[in-house]
Design a binder for this molecule. Structure first.
Ligand SMILES: [Mn+2]
Length: 474
């Protein structure tokens, strides 16, 4: 039996034109999780799922708070944005209990209003809200057969989830192995409500990319493009390689960035010429990547193995690089010596959701393929309806990798070094779109100028509008 609450008022919304996300999204996630767990013969009657949310932390030894972002499994299950909470679900009934921290009175002075449990009950449409210092007594009153805690390894990072722990947990029977594969599998398949948020995140991130494309001018510093609007978080540059290069007229710009909305992400890459016009070599390489990108998008459907999509992109790249003259010989023979990985050393794409590299890429029974390029894939799964992935083929000219290939006679024989020399300082091209697998194919979530013609027209229009604005204001 499921306990239904009126959900209409429980909505996440940032005002203005932003998307309203109903708490029903998370209620459905919990229902799906409970359904899976009840179907699992290892889960006894009267089991309770207990998750620990993310904790508020400070910068090193200081009292300067680090901006809090909810832990992803906790967000998927409860949609709660506050730090230092726990959540429990009674598997048989779906009854949900949120445990919030009992904040000290000083919080009201320094941080803002202290809300009572009733506030959170309404805000998140959750059946029961109690304090975290009551966890043991509240759970004991439910007489659970077992507490299901979350312990499992993230297959991208190798890091292990933080398993819930609280004072007096030792008085309960605890199982920490059942929950992780079940909840991870739920996260892999997106519901319609989740897809709606991902569509929205992709839409605003596509708009942000277009704003950046319009703003880029040779002579600017890379970091000048790091500001953006539309609630976008731009992921690029780091302390070891800050974005401090001056953009030159002949440069290709590559922006790999995506915004998050209510923790649901996006991941988009656009590559375009700073000058507004592709050189013949830039156009040739860009069109090679565009061709592989569209070949993959046209082939995606349920039942397709993701590594085969990676192989397809590689093959198109090898064919196109042969047309350009960088490679010579038979493409099948190039495939045998893994020449594609020289130009695309990363995987074709990854799951996307609450994490940008979303979970579930390698469940039990799916093995990583230990071959160049393919071993970098964050999933080797067969596609299912409801999966959301990035498709991000690229061709890069990386000196270190090219020199290794040239030193290997099995690969060097396919490379025309004279033509290659022309591309040594070229950099790279990546086209990254986000897609959802549908019943018969895929839905493209990203909407930015993609062909050479579309990009040049967009950039020339942007330059034109800047000029007319400048003349109008002078
Ligand atoms: Mn990506």
């Amino acid at each position: 039996m499921l306990i239904l609450l009126p959900l209409s008022r429980a909505t996440f919304w940032l005002g203005n034109e932003t998307l309203r996300v109903s708490a029903a999204l998370f209620a459905l996630n919990r229902t799906r999780l409970c359904d899976r767990l009840r179907a699992n013969k290892d889960v006894p009657k009267n089991a309770i799922v207990i998750l620990q949310g993310g904790e508020q932390t400070n910068r090193y030894c200081t009292d300067t708070g680090i901006i809090f972002r909810q832990e992803s499994y906790f967000h998927w299950t409860f949609g709660v944005t506050e730090a230092d909470c726990y959540g429990a679900i009674e598997v048989d009934t779906g009854n949900t209990i949120l445990f919030i921290p009992r904040l000290p009175e000083s919080y009201a002075v320094w941080m803002g209003k202290i809300h009572p449990p009733e506030y959170f009950k309404e805000k998140y449409a959750i059946n029961e809200v109690r304090y975290t210092d009551e966890i043991a007594s509240v759970l004991a009153s439910k007489k659970p057969s077992v507490l299901l805690t979350l312990r499992g390894t993230n297959t991208d990072s190798g890091s292990v989830t933080r398993e819930a722990s609280f004072d007096k947990i030792s008085q309960f029977m605890v199982n920490n192995t059942i929950l992780h594969p079940e909840i991870t599998e739920c996260r892999v398949i997106k519901t319609d409500m989740e897809l709606e948020v991902l569509r929205y995140t992709n839409k605003i991130s596509s708009e942000a990319h277009k704003e950046v494309m319009k703003a880029v001018k040779p002579g600017m510093k890379e970091y000048e493009l790091e500001s953006g609007d539309n609630s976008s978080v731009l992921h690029y540059g780091h302390a070891g390689a800050p974005n401090d290069k001056t953009i030159e007229d002949r440069d290709l710009c590559l922006f790999d960035m995506g915004g998050e909305y209510y923790c649901y992400g996006s991941d988009i890459t656009c590559t375009f010429p700073a000058s507004g016009k592709f050189t013949p070599d830039q156009k040739a390489v860009y069109e090679a990547v565009y061709k592989s990108s569209r070949a993959v998008l046209g082939s995606i459907k349920p039942g397709v193995a993701w590594p085969d999509m990676h192989r397809l992109a590689d093959r198109v790249h090898l064919e196109e690089l042969t047309k350009i003259g960088i490679l010579q010989g038979n493409v099948d023979d190039m495939v045998k010596v893994h020449l594609g990985a020289i130009f695309m050393p990363h995987g074709l794409g990854h799951f996307l959701g609450i994490d940008v590299h979303d979970v579930g890429g390698y469940p039990e029974g799916v093995e990583r393929i230990d071959l160049p390029g393919l071993r970098s894939l964050r999933t080797a799964r067969t596609l299912l309806e409801g999966m959301v992935l990035t498709v991000e083929p690229g061709i890069y000219f990386i000196d270190h990798v090219l020199d290794q290939a040239l030193a290997n006679p099995a690969q060097a024989c396919f490379i025309n070094n004279e033509v290659l020399a022309r591309f040594r300082d070229f950099g790279g091209v990546r086209i990254e779109d986000d897609i959802a697998v549908t019943a018969s194919g895929m839905e493209l979530l990203t909407c930015v100028p993609r062909t050479v013609e579309e990009i040049e027209a967009f950039l020339s229009e942007a330059q034109g509008s800047t000029k007319s604005f400048a003349s109008a204001s002078s």
